[in-house]
Design a protein around this ligand. Sequence first.
Ligand code: NDP
Ligand code: 2IT
Length: 444
Amino acid sequence: MSYVKEIYDNLQKKHPYETEFLEAAKRILDSLSPIVEANEDLYRKNALLERFVEPERIISFRVPWTDDNGVNHVNLGYRVQFNSAIGPYKGGLRFHPSVNQSILKFLGLEQILKNSLTGLPIGGGKGGSDFDPHGRSDAEVMRFCQSFMTELYKYIGKDVDVPAGDIGVGGREVAYLYGQYKRITNLYEGVLTGKGLSFGGSLARPEATGYGLVYITAEMVKAAGKDLAGKRVCVSGSGNVAQYAIQKLQQLGAKPVTCSDSNGYVYDPDGIKLDVLMDIKQVRRGRVKEYADQVPGAQYVDGKRPWGVACDIALPCATQNEINGADAKALLDNGCWCVAEGANMPSDSDAIDAYLAAKILFMPAKAANAGGVAVSALEMSQNSQRLSWTFDEVDGKLHDIMKNIYKNVADAAKRYGHEGNFVVGANIAGFEKVANAMIAQGLV
Ligand code: NDP
Ligand code: 2IT
């Protein structure tokens, strides 16, 4: 039996209920086959894959908190410290009712390879809670964050593990978490990224994931002899990643025509008006439905995702498995020729098979959305130096990092005989460095 199959079968036996984790592990292991076959003796001797698929440590804890009516609640909290071969654990915190250990292990495994692709010294981790911030007051969110950090602070630190935001965790939550960490430890250190500008945050971190996604998309499109300008783009989601992807698309002359949330999507044939969207999301914490109430000509479609809208390019920026095989077919039938993933694992396996069979341009999440964590690592550098770089300096470094990721992913795909397959390219390019470091550091 092949080494990757052996590893996957064992994982399935050990963690039969962790569906999202098994799905991510299968896809990663399958696309690592070319490099594993080329190095099988070395990898087996070092139990490399056995170690790669198991987190170094998982912390799980209860998070008690009281709502504004005096009612007590208990949520679950986690931190998956997956791999520290090339740097301290690094990765976001997700607050969403769907969060469980399987989802955080899938996100943590992806994060290891993503972080390696950035070229910066960061290991892989992920954490979060099944807490739902929707509809909660600032005071409730603050009390929840304080309780969460009262347990988490024991396991993190600027050189140990540096969390950041993800779904449901933005600037407000990071600030509350930071305040509580500082209060408990008496340390003013860069233990979280995505902080406010007045307390160690980096310029361009809020923009970084969306901007980076568009930078790498532009690079891929350019290499195919095309141009982003004038292209119609379907974006999903309406949070941090979606908003800044829309902004950068517009700056580069493309036309994003959709955005969405978990209730439905908005189609604006004239192009999304970002000031309206940002006011709804950042100021009022509202729903995308309100956009169609405000903008003449825009349509709100309840209970659906935007993949039936005709476009050149699709940028899924909401959540995992938001494009299935039928959605991918609809995109392709309507002429979509490029997909780049802002969200983590938004396309399911059938969708990816459909893109690859149709030979469209496809950049998977771990490369396409790496700009966020890359600028997080730049925030860590600025904190260590006790300096703040300008917006243009950070944005310029982000742009270079995304161009390099594109080049490394395309080169790795070619080197291993899969030219143009950026799924194989991204997994192998990310894995090579981590594998070498794990082998060099011995059986730990
Ligand atoms: P936000 O919380 O800012 O926004 C999330 C958006 O996705 C909201 O519009 C939300 O709608 C929607 N969404 C969430 N869950 C679902 C669901 N189950 N079905 C449909 N829509 C959903 O998160 P981010 O923008 O930060 O994250 C979006 C994606 O990008 C995630 O996959 C995240 O892991 C990934 N990512 C984020 C990075 C970052 O720096 N923030 C970096 C790299 C990747 P609703 O309000 O209805 O829930
Ligand atoms: O999925 C991701 O890369 C993130 N949520 C960002 C993580 C980070 O540490 O900035």
